[in-house]
Design a protein around this ligand. Sequence first.
Ligand SMILES: [Fe+2]
Length: 879
Amino acid sequence: MDYNFFRIQSRKVVEYVTHDHSSPISTFPEHDNSLHFPIEDYGEHGAAFLSGNFLPLREEYTSFSSLDRNSESDNDGLRIIGSVPDDFPEGQFAYVGPNPKLEAQNYKVWGKGPDQKDFNVSNGWHHWFEGDGMIYALDFDVNSRLCYRNRFIRTKSWKDESEVGARLFRPLMNAEGSTFLLNAVANLVSGGAFLKDSANTALVHFAGRTLALQDTMPPWELDPERLTTLGACNFENQLPPYIPFTAHPKVAPLTGDLVFFGFNPVYPPHCSIGSLDQNGKIKDLTPMWSFPFAGCVFMHDFCVTEKYTILFEGSLDIKPIRQFFGRHPLQYNNDKNARFGVFSRDSNVPLAKWFDCSCAQMVYHFINSWEETNANGQEEIVITGVREDGFFHNALKARDTRDWITRTLEEDLNLPRVHEWRINLVDGSVKERYLYKDIVEVPRINDEFTGVKNRYAYAGRIKTEILRDDAQLKFDAVVKFDFETGDKQVYEHGPGRFGMESQFVPRATKLKGSEDDGWLVLYVHDENTETLGRSRSECIILNAQDISSGPVSRIILPDRVPYGAHAMWRPKLSDFGVRKFKVKGWNYYNDVQPKKYSFLPEQIDDLLGTVRCGILRLASSLFVNGWRPWVRKKKSEIYSFVRAGEYELDEAYRLGSMRMTQSQVESERGFQDSPNLVLYDVETDGECRRVREALCMLDLAFECRPCPYGAYRHRTLAAKLQNVPLGEEILPFLHDSRSRVSIIGAEDILDYLYDVYLDGSAPSPLVANRGTADIAMRSRNTESSSSISHSKMPCRYPVKPLELWAYEASPFCSLVREKLCEMELPYVLRPCSRGSPRRTELLRKAKTFQVPFIEDENTGIQLFESAKIIEYLNQTYCY
Ligand SMILES: [Fe+2]
């Protein structure tokens, strides 16, 4: 039986958000789909976007599962319905959106919330765009593994507001017109910036960095795997603090540069464009619009082609001077025509020119753009996007929202629809037309076609009835547009089910140039169902060539994913093997020198506990079977504990014939065989200890798959192999791949081991003594010792098991094994009890003999010293 095939890791760990303030956090109502919040307190928009599946999450999860799992029941972890396609690539699907972190009352109209002073002038309503960012990521990982995580993006404002337990930033997007400036200044005083940095809008992975983005602010860098927030990113001081970074940077065709722009309504330059090369270095940066206090256009997206960067100056702009006339600075101007600015990135094609559209327009999201030559031989730029003409500016307002939406839907004007612009670079004309009638947003394409002609786009279809009735933005279907034929495909999520932005993921074995050969991945929330007592969202995978046939796979997540903003696909990291397990302070670890019997002060209690266990077990397994001391003439290449003059201590042993043969072969070859024994155990269980002691006495290496209490990773497999439900598995459990035998329970395992590996012997009286093993382990695993061997933390799963040279009776080795057990890290234990020939092997390998000694092939680290090993394990494998 191939064990690796069943290597199932499924677990859920809830990491409650750390809030240092004293007030309780969970005053949001239980999740359901109704609108909870009184409009007079929260405004129409605020009430809508804090309710239903816009309700913020309180918890952060890490959940694992194997890809081959196809079960109708789960254990609060991930569940797969259908199967993830074999040619689905490794990588990470991630999604981000606003998720306000404080209790609900903080998001009332400013002044009604706790600790909010309004001075009777500074009112403002919560706006969806101003909520804290949260990322929701699903890793399609090595070893056929899935991992789901959601994490707050811990920006400066997140930390500052968390510390005081209240909002430091007043609303701006939905501030009352005349109070916008007061609120902005108050934000500067209380929070250190005019605008809150939420990093809640979009994600990009470029040059090894995963960045969470928000308009008008610098990016925030996240650890690509753990999703922990690393800090604000200015690309090694290359990006000046007054240059913001768009939420929608684009990888340019041909060069692979990441092209960006930024608009800054406060400080000049009010707009800038630039690019990063593939090493993450700023390649160029061009400030524009430097006239102070002039304000700027609200630009959320832009376009790139092979030669050009194209800015869109829509009719939504921000002019601070409007404050002095009692108006909000952000206004949509029906009398201001939109226009495109075309800027050459090719020094051979100098161009910086503006092209006027026919009327006032607004676009939040472009689909794509490319260069073409028309029938007259003239160069054109073709742009596709969702034109919406101020629709969202009004639809997300605090007051009179639903009336406005109802009216606009009835008039069928300014609604977001797929549109095309053709800019003639020769005669300066812009031809415009709508391509489809569907009301959509969040359009996406195969990202490999950014900047070159493409055929397909995928977008979310807006459920207009819900927009009208509840003022909520929800997508009831995915629409695939075919610009070549004008056709479309639709996948409807079904009644009460709503999708989020979809992401195209190329098939791992895709045909070159085949634009839709891949998958559409998106989160979907089912508002009808409550699973296992709580609402859960799912990730669906659609065949991009045939979306209307529905998902090929549904991955049920451990919690909801609130409706958010934008998605990202991050392919498998190119240097995955190294980067995944990159260790901080590599040299620091490899330079650790062994010291005899040294320990840290904080280890004293744990050490005394393990010493107590050893005494109660009469130092069983301190010696290999048949150990006896002898004296021989000194041999420098062979391990000896004591040397005196020309003589040294020789430690004889009596091992089984198979082990003797193996030892001789290993000694001649200079490396150790992979063990044929696999043990599922709990470090602090008395019965398990007896088996480990026997393995040490028989000098048998084994792969240990720790099964701490409350964990799933190896217990799931043990239960499967024993053909019992999870929770009914019996430990210790041993599998011998050499004889293809699996044995349950210590008594039978001991009989088997001695019979087979000590040539028909009966178990030693020491390991046969069950009573002292139970007493010894109960003395170790007490409440005061925080229940050692209980799973406490989510950990990475190593590609290859670690190797630990140790023996059962050593208190220092026990500390390392306890940590490995707690972290569910599989390891090969190479026993080195007194008399073991393996002591000489370790002497040859490490130039000295001391245990514990750990080798981690995943990182190349070899390390002595229990305290350093434990520190290393925490550093390397803890999330
Ligand atoms: Fe966007």
